[in-house]
Design a protein around this ligand. Structure first.
Ligand code: PMP
Length: 391
């Protein structure tokens, strides 16, 4: 009996998850697969954060909390946003969420009516395509191009705007390109957004994973932007806390009520003890973050060099996140064909670019959030199997 809502037929299961299922299948057949597919740090959560969560649990942090989260966590988030991003918020302007994933759902669902349009980067993390569709709104792609250093191009945005456009999504640094927006690019975007009276959802989850002296700038900190920007950020990537499911929304008070309602009905509150771990993450020592970033940079440098030395492959050096966006066109394969080829011939899993939109047909995303040993092995296997193609 198929009684599913029509809208559910319009969204696929995640193409990233499909790669993982394939990896699991091959592993169960005894094949040794190196996964460069997953987007999560391979480090453990720092010990002091785990301790804070355990201690809080023992002390009774086992009950419902206020919908928006415990004041201690919201205060710590406010301090972080002021110090790191130069934007000031009040306690009631912060909502703690169950991962940034919940923040994405809540922020889009609270503002989208059927027929509305959202400008979404192509390529981008999948949720920004499918959550609008679930709300019977339309994701409208704007391109991020390697030849433009993945900067947002306002001319492209101008081509896509209609009287139905309500929200612009900015992912900075980006999944899957690793690109970081420069201040001049964001200033032009801000001008565009103000001119067309749009809301911005600014996903800043990778802000701490940034290299080569690049600087993360929150678009909310630019003149006239705080009042129209919803910042989404969280703990998963910076503190290696993907499984904890903790994030937050920061927005001006006028935008908060619909999101607070949606959050209260869907999740009630983020887990009580997990929020105490979040307090410690923000207020405790930050050297684990620095060490992790240093390690990621070494891996990035190794992998960018290794990829560009393989005939047929090329990728720019990304300024942030832990992804490489690799052009595979010269192998004669599309990204989808190439990722299948690599899985079956080299035992290396990567994600085809088309998992992230429509544009990146000839690209694949490689995550370097795995050990140097795995990266060395993966690069050697890729080189071998591609050399056999004799391109
Ligand atoms: N935003 C982006 C851009 C992401 O890449 C991801 C995870 N891959 C998320 C949000 C989800 O974050 P969380 O684990 O906090 O839900």
């Amino acid at each position: 009996m198929n009684k599913q809502a029509e809208k559910m037929g319009k969204i696929p299961f995640s193409a990233i998850r499909n790669v993982f299922s394939e990896v699991e299948k091959l592993r169960s057949e005894g094949k040794e697969i190196i996964s460069l597919g997953i987007g999560e740090p391979d480090f453990g959560t720092p010990e002091h954060i785990c301790e804070a969560m355990i201690e809080a649990t023992r002390k009774g942090a086992t009950r419902y909390t206020p919908n928006k989260g415990i004041p201690e966590l919201r205060e710590a988030i406010i301090k972080k946003l002021k110090n790191d991003n130069g934007v000031s918020y009040e306690l009631e302007e912060i909502i703690c969420t169950v991962g940034v994933a919940e923040g994405v759902f809540v922020a889009l669902s609270a503002f989208l009516d059927p027929g509305d349009e959202v400008l979404v980067p192509d390529p981008s993390w999948l949720n920004y395509t499918h959550v609008p569709t679930l709300n019977q709104a339309s994701p409208i792609y704007y391109p991020l191009l390697a030849e433009k250093d993945f900067q947002i191009d306002v001319e492209e945005l101008e081509k896509k705007i209609t009287d139905k456009t309500k929200i612009l999504v900015v992912l900075d640094p980006s999944n899957p390109t690793g690109g970081v927006q420069r201040k001049e690019s964001l200033e032009k975007v801000a001008e565009f957004v103000i001119k067309h009276d749009l809301l911005v959802i600014s996903d800043e989850i990778y802000e701490k994973l940034i290299y080569d002296g690049n600087e993360h700038i929150s678009i909310a900190s630019l003149p006239g932007m705080r009042e129209r920007t919803i910042i989404l950020n969280g703990f998963a990537k910076a503190y290696a806390m993907t499984g904890w499911r903790l994030g937050y929304i920061a927005a001006p008070m006028e935008l908060i009520p619909p999101m607070a309602k949606m959050h209260a009905y869907v999740l009630t509150n983020a887990s009580s003890m997990v929020q105490w771990g979040g307090v410690r993450a923000l207020e405790g020592p930050q050297d684990n973050v620095e060490e992790m970033v240093k390690e990621f940079k070494e891996r990035r440098d190794f992998m960018v060099k290794a990829i560009n030395e393989i005939e047929g492959l090329s990728c720019p050096t990304p300024g942030g996140a832990f992804y490489l966006f690799v052009d595979v066109e010269k192998t004669g394969m599309t990204g989808e064909e190439f990722s299948k080829f690599l899985l079956n011939n080299a035992g290396v899993a990567v994600i085809p670019g088309t998992a992230f939109g429509t544009r990146a047909v000839n690209e694949v995303r490689i995550s370097y959030a795995t050990s140097m040993e795995n990266l060395e092995k993966a690069a050697a296997r890729m080189k071998d199997s591609i050399e056999k193609l004799n391109i």
